[in-house]
Design a protein around this ligand. Structure first.
Ligand code: ZN
Ligand code: ZN
Length: 388
């Protein structure tokens, strides 16, 4: 464990004003309105500075803390003071390789997309929040108007602007501005870290929805990394009665069992086909093609396979098994309309997020946070506290 930060629920309120602080002008200075009427101070941002620290990826393997202007929220945006940001495999991949699939880092980029924080100020037309509200950030804003957006499948919007995906900056910084519809209030029972980890929980909720997990389901989760551990807990919360988790790490399997898996299989010792597992849903979270192929071969008739983990470029399917058993295989890409359910699952304790956090860093420690899992086998989830 590195330096322990107790989870904090920081509040930040504007002085002398009950409603949201309005920011029609940049620079956070008091501005005036009401031509010909009594001079009235519309906005003051006494608590919001004009510059902030941001951890910037400048090239593969090179992150540094830089001073940047605090973003000025657009009319429908909310300015959020970021309190905790989980690190994700995609952040690590950008850090190590400077690219992820088709996305290439060509300009300096702020990583981090699993963020919780506190509303600091609201744009001129943003009416859903009040400064001081603790929130979880849904880190992608779609176009709202394309056919997929109108169908509610906005995760597939071709115009999606997603945190920490070039050229959109992420949340390893002190403040971010985000459209108010994607800033979700959380109860005070949720820690700052858990508010950030609502993002990977949303991945788990979306995977379980795509798989149609229902009461009585028998679910196999391959891979006990953060997403697998979350997907397994979510499957239980969705009513699955058998949740088997496989991994090659005994330590992670023990954690899976503590978090509610009904069975675990050490895939390094027992080949999955010999384990007797016969699920009707497979949530593939390992990203290891060989493990995925083998697991698909265990799925029962009319079963469903959801590919969540990202790993190899290709996967060989046990084709006669898939055909003869009419198994459905589908991918997942992020999530849509999951935040309210994910927040409720975390707040009710049905999914434990705080248990996943093993390492904590301040903003200067982003590089260490992104690489700790390669150095320390006890690492599950590293969290960055940008205010530290
Ligand atoms: Zn992620
Ligand atoms: Zn769209």
């Amino acid at each position: 464990m590195s330096r322990p930060y107790p989870p904090r629920a920081t509040t930040l309120r504007p002085t002398g004003e009950a409603g949201p602080a309005r920011i029609p002008f940049p620079e956070g200075r008091a501005s005036e309105a009401g031509v010909g009427t009594r001079r009235r101070v519309l906005v003051s941002r006494p608590m919001v500075p004009t510059s902030m620290r941001a951890s910037v990826l400048r090239a593969a393997g090179d992150v540094a803390t830089e001073e940047r202007p605090v973003p000025v929220p657009g009319p429908r945006e909310v300015l959020v003071r970021v309190t905790a940001v989980g690190t994700c495999g995609s952040d690590t991949h950008y850090y190590e390789h400077g690219r992820l699939g088709p996305f290439v880092v060509e300009e300096p980029l702020v990583l981090g997309h699993e963020a919780g924080g506190v509303v600091a100020a609201c744009g001129a037309e943003a009416s859903r929040h009040t400064p001081g509200q603790r929130v979880a950030l849904e880190p992608g804003v779609p176009c709202f108007t394309c056919a997929l957006c109108r169908q509610g499948r906005y995760n597939l919007c071709p115009e999606m602007r997603f945190f920490a995906t070039p050229p959109v900056d992420g949340a390893f910084c002190e403040y971010v501005a985000l459209h108010e519809e994607f800033v979700h209030p959380v109860p005070d029972t949720l820690s700052d870290e858990a508010a950030g980890l609502v993002e990977p929980l949303s991945v788990g909720v979306w995977a379980n929805r795509r798989a149609g997990v229902a009461p009585g389901a028998r679910v196999l989760v391959t891979g006990a990394g953060p997403v697998g551990l979350i997907a397994a807990q979510t499957a239980r919360a969705f009513g699955a009665t058998d949740v088997t988790v496989t991994d090659v790490s005994q330590r992670r399997l023990e954690l899976a069992a503590e978090l509610g898996a009904s069975a675990t299989v050490d895939a390094g010792r027992t080949p999955l086909p010999e384990s007797g597992v016969c699920p009707d849903v497979l949530l593939e979270c390992s990203g290891v093609p060989a493990a995925a192929s083998e697991a698909i071969g265990t799925v029962d008739r009319a079963g469903r396979v959801v590919l969540v983990g990202m790993g190899g470029a290709e996967l060989s399917l046990p084709l006669s098994h898939v055909q003869n058993f009419e198994i459905e295989v589908t991918g997942t890409f992020r999530y849509a309309n999951t935040w309210p359910a994910a927040i409720a699952l975390a707040a009710s304790g049905r999914v434990e997020l705080d248990r996943l956090v093993t390492h904590r860093y301040g903003l200067e420690g982003v590089a260490d946070a992104l690489t700790v899992s390669a150095r320390d086998e006890t690492a599950v989830k590293a969290v960055v506290h940008p205010q530290e």
